[in-house]
Design a protein around this ligand. Structure first.
Ligand SMILES: [Fe+2]
Ligand SMILES: [Fe+2]
Length: 307
């Protein structure tokens, strides 16, 4: 047979197909309209808070766009059909995430700015992008592109660390955690500086995206574990790479101070990183199955969540 249905790649691919969602059909226009109305009618909303709301959405939009572009070298480097099939689903999903954030900006952010008399700008405005954030994505791009010219087990492990663990897991998951805490009944009540409206459209989109990301991160973690166990990559390389990139995340998260208390967010991102290192570098740790791995990133922040 061509495909190995017991392989990591095929298992995640099947999971992706089964959990397919549509960024237009599955997030009804009425939910985005409700988000828009709630933001327009939130009398306490200041322009500084709105700037931070734009900031998080702009960083996400740019991040999703960048990861969609930067994944291509890995698709070329991987030679196993099951892994290639999974990466194809991941590329498609990153494109869908980009589409959701673009739609949200058009349907909610711009009309709210217009109604409230706030400065309306585009998510590509350079003011949203701090140097540490830009550097992180440049390093990510370089680590992925290196696979085209120097595809060694160590370089592959580093590429997964940059892309799947730091950008997709630590940075993105911290962002989702912040959004969920501010704009849904879930998350951590200590993160928002005040009560914000519950934005169902945003929360729905984020929930779908988080579930996809859980799968992506799970795949990256499995691959790093395989590289350590089977290809002799030193776990210290993984640990060093993750720790080297952490200041980029902390610096970016620390920018959120108006609507958000950055302290619990930075703590959350550090915990995420520590948990990744523990799972990956523990040689005795059992490799969890697909559902468990998806869950690792999908939900379980009970240790830091209030609800
Ligand atoms: Fe994504
Ligand atoms: Fe992803």
């Amino acid at each position: 047979m061509r495909l190995d249905r017991d392989s990591v790649g095929q298992g995640y691919f099947e999971h992706a197909v089964y959990n397919h969602w549509d960024p237009y059909e599955d997030i009804p226009q009425s939910d985005l309209e409700a988000d828009r109305e709630k933001m327009i009618n939130d009398e306490d909303l200041t322009e500084e808070e709105f700037e931070e709301y734009m900031l998080v959405l702009a960083l996400f939009g740019a991040g999703e766009e960048a990861v969609a572009e930067d994944l291509a070298p890995l698709a070329i480097a991987l030679d196993d059909i099951d892994d290639q099939m999974f990466i194809t689903s991941q590329l498609y999903e990153e494109a869908k995430h980009t589409q959701f954030f673009d739609r949200y900006w058009r349907e909610v952010v711009l009309p709210v700015a217009d109604e409230r008399g706030f400065e309306a700008t585009y998510p590509t405005n350079q003011r949203f992008f701090n140097e540490e954030y830009i550097d992180l994505f440049e390093k990510n791009e370089a680590a992925m592109e290196l696979l085209l010219t120097d595809d060694t087990p160590e370089n592959r492990a580093k590429a997964y660390c940059h892309y799947h663990l730091v950008v997709e897991s630590v940075l993105a998951q911290t962002g989702y955690y912040g959004l969920t805490s501010l704009f849904s009944p879930g998350g951590n009540d200590n993160v928002p500086q005040r009560d914000f409206p519950h934005l169902e459209g945003l929360t729905q989109g984020v929930t779908y995206i988080r579930s996809d990301e859980g799968r992506h991160v799970g795949f990256g973690m499995q691959k790093i574990q395989e590289l350590i166990a089977g290809e002799g990559v030193d776990p210290q390389v993984v640990q060093d790479t993750l720790q080297e990139l952490m200041p980029h995340v902390a610096n970016t998260v620390s920018r959120f101070t108006e609507a958000t208390d950055p302290v619990p967010l930075v703590e959350y991102s550090r915990d995420k990183l520590t948990r990744r290192i523990e799972i990956i570098t523990n040689a005795d740790a059992e490799i969890p199955d697909v559902e468990t791995l998806v869950e690792i990133d999908d939900a379980p922040d009970t240790a830091t969540a209030d609800d």
